[in-house]
Design a protein around this ligand. Structure first.
Ligand SMILES: Cc1cc2nc3c(=O)[nH]c(=O)nc-3n(C[C@H](O)[C@H](O)[C@H](O)COP(=O)(O)OP(=O)(O)OC[C@H]3O[C@@H](n4cnc5c(N)ncnc54)[C@H](O)[C@@H]3O)c2cc1C
Length: 557
């Protein structure tokens, strides 16, 4: 059952399980509990569609636009959360991410990789991204086992894969089940403004919520509470819940809000392969269940340890579409379509803005010229890609263009070093419901930047050593270029970090807030390091693990 909270006629809601936030983390948590026979209330600040007024509840008061995207680009206050606008790239963390690496400060996870892997298959089901195989060695039907012929796996691997979901909008994909499941009540337009502790400070007494438009107060009580509001908003809710604990819930050791990470990403080089251009795997492969999968250049765990490199992946991508020098009609068409006023209807605005960014000023005329000279290919592309991208249920995530010159831009996506000074705090400004907004002080470190540059040198050496190509840098000042591109906010990691010892974190190995018996967090904010992988797959994997723990250990009595 789904109810708009503005229409509720009572002021108190009760359930066995209370889940706050209906993004991938909250929806998978709610469904897992309900499917196993538990009664769940799922509270969502937004409704089924986007509302400007509700979206503004999530804005930050201060942040550095050069480093962090505005919150309205990073999250969606509606059923499905940010999965309404996300790209759909799915991959787990690597085993090395869970190691305590002496060269990565604060990399002390209390959980081992093997403890989460049993949940990967079911996690893939939630994302509709096929089977939990993330390396080509699990495939028997892909002909070429590396990105280009003659490039074996060694210090550099080119057999690791990312998988792509539909992309799965959790609000839409699970709407029918959420609406009809006899054990689930979804309350939309209801914002949790505070978690209230009992006098002992060890249990939750209830949640103070307000209807998102009218601001009417509703109390929600349960036996177990799970907060799944996204990384920043989860942290904000804990910080703002300060009636019993003056510094916020889970902030017993001043760790709440610290270690804010995402990823360091950008482009400083292109790869010029010297192999047969027709054999370069520059685009997607498809798994036997039709899931799109994509290869990447990564480093082996041994090599990362030996070179003290942070974890990073490199992907072959198209040249800058905004720069007409590429001479490609399809790329010019894509640029004109995305740069037009209709462009925001094709992809999330943040992704669109990134795609049309240009290092070189240019008018539209050379793009029209490219299309004219490349007319047959452009005309063929428009309906075929249009169908695959907008009509097919499994949508092609992007398009990649073959280049006879065998040159591809290299996009890097690497982990950030945990830094306690990179943090979220409560600001003085309040939202329309009276909740304090956050100030975001999101920082990259010199180690992040140096590691990106060293990774490129190692990629280059490996390609050269195997006689398959080399990197060509796009700029002479690599350091400046990496710093200029360092920006995130889409992956929100670290601010309720997991720890064995309560002195070093906010939640324990089971995602339970230290010192509070019935309060759990399902978010990437729990993650101790950010890995090279995008965060969402692991949010759901950990949520499934957490639900099993709650069912078998907390609710068993
Ligand atoms: C443009 C874009 C592209 C992305 N691409 C990828 C990708 O390809 N791969 C990937 O892994 N990740 C990607 N991400 C990140 C991904 O979307 C997030 O990691 C994921 O959605 C987080 O899931 P979540 O459930 O933790 O939080 P969210 O999806 O943010 O959901 C949180 C929910 O909680 C609700 N909420 C917040 N506060 C309250 C409150 N106080 N009371 C009640 N409800 C509340 C919100 O309205 C929201 O519905 C992308 C993000 C963006 C913005």
């Amino acid at each position: 059952m789904r109810v708009d909270a503005e229409e509720l006629d009572h002021e108190r809601i009760q359930s066995e399980i209370v889940v706050v936030g209906a993004g991938p983390g909250g929806i998978s948590t709610a469904l897992e509990f309900a499917r196993q026979g538990h009664d769940v209330v799922l509270i969502e600040s937004g409704g089924m569609g986007v509302s400007e007024t509700i979206q503004q509840l999530g804005n930050a008061s201060h942040f550095d636009e050069a480093r962090h995207a505005p919150m309205q680009d990073c999250t969606r206050r509606q059923m499905g959360g940010a999965s309404v606008i996300w790209g759909g790239r799915c991959l787990p963390y690597d085993p090395i991410d869970f190691e305590q690496r002496p060269y990565i400060p604060f990399s002390d996870w209390p959980v081992a990789f093997d403890e989460v892997t049993p949940y990967f298959e079911r996690t893939c089901d939630y994302f509709r991204c096929g089977r939990a195989v993330f390396n080509l060695h699990g495939f028997d039907d892909i002909l070429q086992d590396s990105i280009v012929p003659g490039l074996p796996d060694g210090d550099v691997l080119s057999s690791d894969l990312e998988r792509w979901s539909l992309p799965t909008n959790f609000g839409r994909e699970y709407r029918v089940e959420l609406d009809n499941h006899p054990r689930i009540r979804v309350l939309t337009s209801l914002t949790c403004t505070a978690i209230e502790l009992d006098g002992s400070g060890t249990r939750v007494r209830g949640l103070t919520c307000r209807t998102s438009n009218a601001g009417r107060e509703i109390e929600v009580v349960g036996r177990v509470y799970v907060v799944a509001c996204g990384g920043v908003d989860t942290t904000r809710l804990l910080l703002a819940s300060n009636r019993v604990e003056a510094n916020g819930i889970g902030n017993h050791s001043d760790q709440l809000g610290r270690y804010y990470m995402g990823h360091i990403s950008g482009r400083i080089a292109r790869v010029r392969f010297s192999t047969d251009p027709r054999k370069t795997v520059y685009g997607f492969d498809r798994d036997r269940d039709t899931t799109y999968v994509r290869r990447r250049l990564t480093f082996s765990a041994e090599f990362q340890r030996q070179e003290q490199l942070s974890n990073i992946a490199g992907l072959l991508v198209n040249p800058e579409i905004a720069n007409p020098d590429h001479g490609n009609g399809v790329l010019s068409f894509a640029y004109l379509a995305l740069a037009s006023p209709a462009g925001r209807f094709f992809i999330a605005d943040a992704i669109r803005q990134e795609a049309i960014k240009s290092s070189k000023a240019s008018s539209s005329i050379p793009h029209f010229r490219n299309m004219l000279f490349d007319l047959p290919r452009t005309l063929h592309f428009i309906p075929t890609f249009g169908y695959k991208r907008f009509i097919a249920r499994r949508k092609v995530p992007a398009f990649f263009q073959y280049t006879p010159s065998n040159i591809y831009l290299l996009h890097y996506h690497g982990e950030q070093i945990p830094d306690p000074a990179s943090r979220i705090r409560l600001g003085q400004e309040r939202d329309a419901l009276g909740m304090r907004r956050v100030d975001i002080d999101f920082r990259y470190s010199q180690q992040d930047v140096d590691s990106v540059i060293r990774a490129h040198r190692h990629w280059n050496d490996y390609l050269e050593d195997h006689g398959v190509g080399q990197l060509e840098y796009l700029t002479e000042n690599l350091e400046e270029s990496v710093w200029n591109q360092a920006k995130d906010g889409f992956h929100q990691v670290g601010t309720t970090r997991m720890s064995e010892d309560p002195a070093h974190g906010v939640v324990d190995r089971n995602c339970k807030v230290h010192g509070i018996d019935d309060l759990f967090i399902a978010s990437s904010s729990n993650f101790v390091t950010s890995g090279q992988a995008n965060s969402t797959f692991m949010i759901v994997a950990f949520a499934l693990k957490m639900v099993e723990h709650i069912r078998t250990q907390v609710l068993k009595g």
